[in-house]
Structure formats: C-alpha cells, structure tokens
Write a protein that binds this ligand. Structure first.
Ligand code: PLP
Length: 224
C-alpha cells in the first residue's frame, strides 16, 4: 500500500470509530480530501484510493487541476476557500459545491453562472474576520436569498472551528444554526465541519461533510 492509501484508510477508520461513538451511520458522512497546494497527480492518486470528493481553496489552482483531471467524471470538486464574487462564475464551471458562501454578492454572482451549484453558508463562529463567514445573526437572511435564487440549491452550513476554543462547543453552535436554517429549507440539512485536527468532534456534533487536508495528503508543500 502506498502512503496515500494508508492515510486514506486510517482516516476512514477514525471516521468510522467517531461515527460509532456518535451513533451515526458512516454513509451519512462524506470525507472531502482537501488538496490545496498539491499537484493534480496527488488528486489522481487519491482517486485511485477511492476518494471521490476533493476540496480546493484557490480558484486558479483549482481550475487547472479540474481541467487536468476532467476525465474523472465522478470526481466532485468542492470549493472551500474565500471566494471573490468576480471569480464566482468561473468557479461554478468546475465546482459542484461551494462551502464558503457568506455574502449577497457571492450568492448573486454564483446564481449568474450557467450551471447549478450547491451552496453551504459559511458561518463565522468567532469575531475573527480573516477566516470568512457570515455572522450567526445574518445566516437566515442569507439562506433565504440562496433559496430564492434560480440556480443555487442550499445544502447546509459550514464553519471552521475558531482558534482558542474547544472545537466541540463551537460545532455545537453550528448545529443549532443548522436547525434554524432547516426551518427555512428542510432539505438543507448538511453540515460541513471538521478538519484534520477536529473531525471526530465535528462528527459528534452532526457534521456530514468533513474537509480533511493534511491527515490524508501529508504536509502541504510551501505556498507556490
Ligand atoms: C485547508 C483547509 C482545510 C483542511 O485543513 P487540514 O487542517 O489540513 O485538514 C479545511 N477547510 C478549509 C476551509 C481549508 O482551507
């Protein structure tokens, strides 16, 4: 087994154990391998190891990799990084799901694309502006805007655990926000939460989409 195969297997086992502890089924949890900074060849290796969902956070890099691997028809690209509205239409060409919808301008730009896009509303769980996300009090208003759009479907909510807080309590707040969103759109029940260091806690708080980078890929190469 290659190192990549071993890491994919190890993460799957950890996800499975956490799901057991949470009394949840493995098949309600999607592991998205976050491949930012890594070359397309690594994504191809992950595909060979059974990964069908990959996450990227920078448009140009993601666009190039998606083009290089366009023959892998059942590979789903997730955009997880902060998104500028002027790039949103192009992101919609390859990304079937965007996890970082946090502003009206991004909703409107994505809605102007030709292809349907699944949207997670990114919620800021702390006041740290740099990490993106809409304030909890504004989530419902933004959710209604996505629901009213032509091309977008509201999938659920997303967050990054804040620094300096126990992740589980932050993910519990996200779960409560998810319930408010489901009161607006009952099908928007997905929760994108949990990274390499905290996916077990996220699973305990209902995460359905884990965004796992280094635990699967190994250390990222330095920023290109
Ligand atoms: C990079 C990144 C991840 C993965 O982080 P790891 O700690 O490497 O697992 C998850 N979510 C977002 C938004 C990211 O940018």
């Amino acid at each position: 087994m290659s190192q990549i195969d071993e890491r994919v297997t190890a993460v799957r086992e950890q996800v499975s154990r956490a799901a057991d502890r949470a009394g949840r089924a493995m098949d309600e949890i999607t592991v998205i391998a976050v491949t930012k900074f890594h070359p397309a060849e690594l994504v191809a290796q992950l595909y060979a190891a059974g990964i069908r969902d990959v996450g990227e956070n920078r448009h140009q890099e993601a666009e190039a990799k998606a083009a290089a691997l366009e023959t892998l028809h059942d590979l789903t690209w997730h955009f997880v990084g902060q998104l500028q509205s002027k790039k949103a239409r192009r992101v919609a060409r390859y990304a079937r799901v965007v996890h970082s919808v946090d502003r009206d301008s991004v909703v409107d730009a994505l809605d102007g694309a030709e292809t349907p896009v699944g949207c997670f509303i990114q919620v800021a769980l702390s006041d740290d502006e740099h990490r993106g996300g809409v304030a909890p009090g504004d989530v419902e208003r933004l959710a209604e805007r996505v629901v009213a759009s032509r091309n977008l479907s509201l999938v659920g909510v997303m967050a990054v655990a804040p620094l300096g807080e126990e992740p589980r309590s932050a993910f519990a707040r996200l779960r409560a926000i998810s319930e408010r969103v489901q009161a607006i759109e009952p099908s928007a029940s997905s929760i994108s939460a949990g990274m390499s260091g905290d996916f077990a806690e996220a699973i305990l708080e209902g995460a359905t989409h884990l965004r796992v980078g280094t635990a699967i890929t190994g250390n990222r190469p330095p920023t290109p």
